[in-house]
Design a protein around this ligand. Structure first.
Ligand SMILES: Cc1cc2nc3c(=O)[nH]c(=O)nc-3n(C[C@H](O)[C@H](O)[C@H](O)COP(=O)(O)OP(=O)(O)OC[C@H]3O[C@@H](n4cnc5c(N)ncnc54)[C@H](O)[C@@H]3O)c2cc1C
Length: 283
């Protein structure tokens, strides 16, 4: 496909002007956040949109509010800022690690949380499984109003979302859980991860799992919770060996996607080791 040679870029000064500009442009337009996915469209042999609406100057989108019951993160927050802001919260460690170890430092300074969640063609997104295991919700804005929905639901509809809608913020409930993010890049730092396991676990006084929330990314086209492993771990001792054994028994439910960097079977075969690594990191 021939890319459009000169797309236009309107940098919106506020959320309302961005929503108006997107509504005017309709299917010809799209939001432009960090641009790290959009700018690589020619490499993927995809067409650029004729018109983009830049989100980088909208103050609301760059806010992070860390409260006792919730964390609210603007969709325009970069991976680098997210990693820094959440570094000291044990329940949110999974998200801090996902943001702090994705891509490379230059990309982390530009790529945003909203861009990571809205890119439906990007199976290896680190922030998606991290937020799934944290039971995150997303807030979507249009000129007509604001809607909040579970991230899982958002992932199931994001491909068909109208281009005039904006993801504005992500809400993450706080919990007594400890959490960790394990990813396997194939060759070197900066590669997309072949497979990702994100987990958040609460344990009882005897060191047994009270509740486990586990999400798998990059193995299938869209990240998802591993609910059968969550159920198998409930009541089991919280140790890496037990988690590895149960993950080995259950990994067959995944159908890995074939890609240039790894075949599908390989992505599935590394899952038990990633589960082991993530559980070990909780200690
Ligand atoms: C070399 C390289 C390596 C990378 N490695 C990793 C990695 O290991 N892990 C990882 O997680 N990421 C990685 N990334 C980043 C990832 O691939 C995407 O480029 C990034 O998540 C996109 O974010 P962005 O802010 O740049 O989005 P943009 O490129 O600006 O936009 C991407 C898409 O999202 C839409 N969009 C953006 N914001 C919104 C919004 N608020 N509401 C509605 N739609 C919106 C845009 O219209 C567009 O369709 C890497 C990137 C590069 C270049």
């Amino acid at each position: 496909m021939t890319p459009s040679p000169h797309p236009s870029l309107y940098v919106a000064p506020s959320l309302d002007t961005a929503l108006d500009a997107l509504a005017e442009r309709g299917a010809e337009g799209a939001p432009f956040a960090g641009g790290t996915w959009i700018m690589r469209a020619p490499i993927r042999h995809e067409r650029l949109r004729p018109a983009y609406v830049g989100l980088g100057r909208i103050p609301e989108l760059t806010r992070i509010e860390v409260g006792d019951s919730h964390v609210s993160i603007g969709a325009g927050v970069t991976h680098a800022r997210l990693a820094e802001a959440l570094a000291d919260a044990p329940d949110l460690q999974v998200l801090a690690e996902a943001a702090g170890r994705s891509a490379n430092p230059a990309v982390r300074r530009a790529a945003t949380l909203g861009g990571n969640l809205c890119t439906s063609g990007f199976a290896a997104a680190d922030l998606v499984p991290a937020l799934l295991c944290l039971d995150a919700e997303v807030e979507i804005r249009s000129r007509e109003g604001t809607e909040r929905l579970a991230l899982k639901e958002f992932l199931s509809i994001r491909q068909s979302l109208h281009p005039s809608l904006l993801l504005t913020r992500i809400l993450v409930p706080r919990s007594p859980a400890r959490s960790a993010h394990a990813r396997l890049p194939l060759r070197k730092a900066g590669d997309y991860p072949t497979a990702i396991v994100s987990l958040a676990v609460t344990s009882d006084d005897d060191g047994r799992v009270a509740q486990a929330r586990i999400a798998v990314g990059s193995v299938e086209a869209v990240a998802r919770r591993w609910t059968r492993l969550e159920a198998a771990l409930a009541g089991a001792p919280l140790d890496a060996g037990t988690a590895h054994r149960l993950a080995t028994e259950l990994a067959g439910e995944f159908t890995g996607r074939d890609g240039v960097e790894a075949p599908g079977w390989y992505r599935v075969s590394v899952l038990p080791a990633l589960v082991r690594r993530a559980v070990a990191a909780l200690h």
